[in-house]
Design a protein. Structure first.
Length: 467
């Protein structure tokens, strides 16, 4: 048998599964603070894993015969024998994937035997016992990982309704750059969406000099000049009585009409920003022909923003109780508009909304909030408040297999996973209907690390740990 294994060693390359198995074994040992004398035993197990990984390309019959002969006890022998027939029915590729986890189980079995040899030493290090449902996380590890706990206390909780919404720029904070005259537009250098501009800054120039029909503004200026000269001519004649009053009035009216038809701003052909802010859109291309009054660009100051929340018609009875809103974004950011001088503007009838079956509700808040106009968000509409409600931060809730849990600390280093039933959420906290009692200490931050400690505390099958 030794010759067969040596032949397989020389003939096959080390499989990738070997590295993954070794990494899993070492990681398990490091998490559980394995002593030095046990690390030596673990390394010997890893060497055996490597040897087995090198013969994965051998025939299934020889491989399983080798495993069966190497079995340390009758239980392991029976285990290998019982699945031998099943493995033989698989394709070569599927055999490869099945062999790697089987090797882990076999080494776990060997691991349990070696650990039993050092039971006395292990018992000296961990004299206290923990139940199977207890999670061990030492205080210094909890502090290093940022795990925080808090005492559960009933308190005030605000009724909420979760809906979808969108952050919009405020209409009063937006300005449109319009074409002062008709002609071909030339955008100034650096004018793009996202450019910061000041009030009165030139955005583009417009001219009609090279267009058939000429420049209407230039013609209007000529008409003004001609009317002004005629008025200047008849004014002294009226004083000398050489013309009638009617002739003078006609000349004056012609001048006023020509002046009204002429706009110095339009004649300049310069389009300017109506306010300070950021260009959010440019609606024309350089060299395009534009008409007088056509929108060239939009400038938004974003000193205030608007939140539009869409409430289903079926939840319309909640609208009279709405007093605030909390935005929750996919990035994990949560923003309470009350922190940014938020206020309810109005709610439109369902028929007035763009989305059938929903009633839009509008809020206004300061543009200093760390949100971007156009962002979609989940909105928790605040309703009436209740007292003596048990609630925990959203980060304290852990989901697993469709159920929700929280971690309760029972001692300096012992935690327990507790199933809970959830109620409403205001975006930052969740109502706990059942599963936890006032006065208990719950993990409110870093629950993910406690969950990892749970997986490390529960040793794989075949690993015996007596804490």
């Amino acid at each position: 048998m030794r010759d067969e294994v040596r032949h397989a060693w020389d003939a096959c390359a080390v499989a990738d599964a070997c590295g993954r198995v070794c990494q899993a074994e070492l990681g398990w040992a490091l998490i559980n603070d394995t002593p030095t004398f046990r690390l030596g035993s673990l390394l010997s197990h890893i060497q055996i894993i490597c040897k087995f990984a090198k013969i994965l390309h051998n025939s299934a019959t020889d491989l399983w015969q080798t495993l069966i002969n190497f079995a340390p006890d009758k239980q392991t022998y029976s285990f290998f024998s019982s699945i031998h027939c099943f493995i033989m029915r698989l394709s070569n590729r599927m055999k490869y994937f099945f062999m790697a986890p089987i090797l882990v189980i076999s080494m776990a079995s060997c691991h349990s035997h070696n650990e039993s040899e050092h039971g006395d030493e292990h018992a000296d290090e961990h004299a206290h016992n923990h139940g199977a449902d207890e999670i061990v996380l030492e205080p210094h590890d909890a502090q290093r990982l940022g795990v925080e706990v808090d005492t559960v206390r009933p308190g005030a909780f605000t009724e909420t309704l979760k809906v979808s919404g969108e952050v919009l720029p405020s209409s009063t904070d937006r300005g449109v750059v319009s074409a002062p005259t008709s002609g071909v537009i030339r955008l100034n250098l650096g004018i793009n969406a996202g450019t910061q501009v000041r009030a009165g800054q030139a955005i583009a120039s417009i001219t009609a000099r090279n267009i058939s029909g000429g420049d209407a503004d230039n013609a209007a200026k000529v008409a003004v000049d001609n009317a002004k000269r005629e008025l200047d001519r008849v004014t002294p004649l009226l004083a000398d009585g050489l013309i009638t009053k009617k002739e003078y009035n006609d000349a004056l009216a012609a001048y006023e009409a020509a002046k009204a038809a002429y706009s110095p701003a339009a004649a300049s052909g310069i389009a300017t920003a109506p306010r300070q802010g950021v260009i959010t859109s440019v609606n024309v291309s350089d060299g395009e022909y534009v008409e007088t009054g056509q929108a060239i660009a939009t400038v938004a100051a974003n000193s205030s923003l608007t939140l539009r929340a869409l409430v289903p018609v079926a939840k319309a009875e909640f609208l009279p109780r709405v007093g605030g809103a909390v935005m929750s974004f996919h990035s994990g950011l949560t923003v309470d508009i009350d922190d940014f001088n938020g206020r309810l503007l109005s709610s439109a009838p369902a028929s007035a909304g763009e989305t059938p079956g929903y009633i839009p509700v509008y809020f206004s808040f300061n543009g200093t909030a760390p949100v971007i106009p156009g962002s979609a968000t989940e909105v928790y509409l605040k309703g009436s408040g209740r007292s003596e409600v048990i609630s925990l931060p959203v980060d304290a809730i852990v989901e697993q297999m469709g159920e929700t849990f929280v971690f309760v600390r029972k001692g300096d280093h012992v935690y327990m996973k507790r199933p809970v039933k959830l109620g409403n959420s205001d975006g930052s906290r969740v109502e706990i209907i059942s599963g936890i009692n006032p006065g208990e200490t719950a993990v409110v931050k870093g629950a993910t690390f406690v969950r990892l400690a749970e997986q490390a505390t529960v040793a794989p099958e075949g690993h015996s740990h007596n804490h």
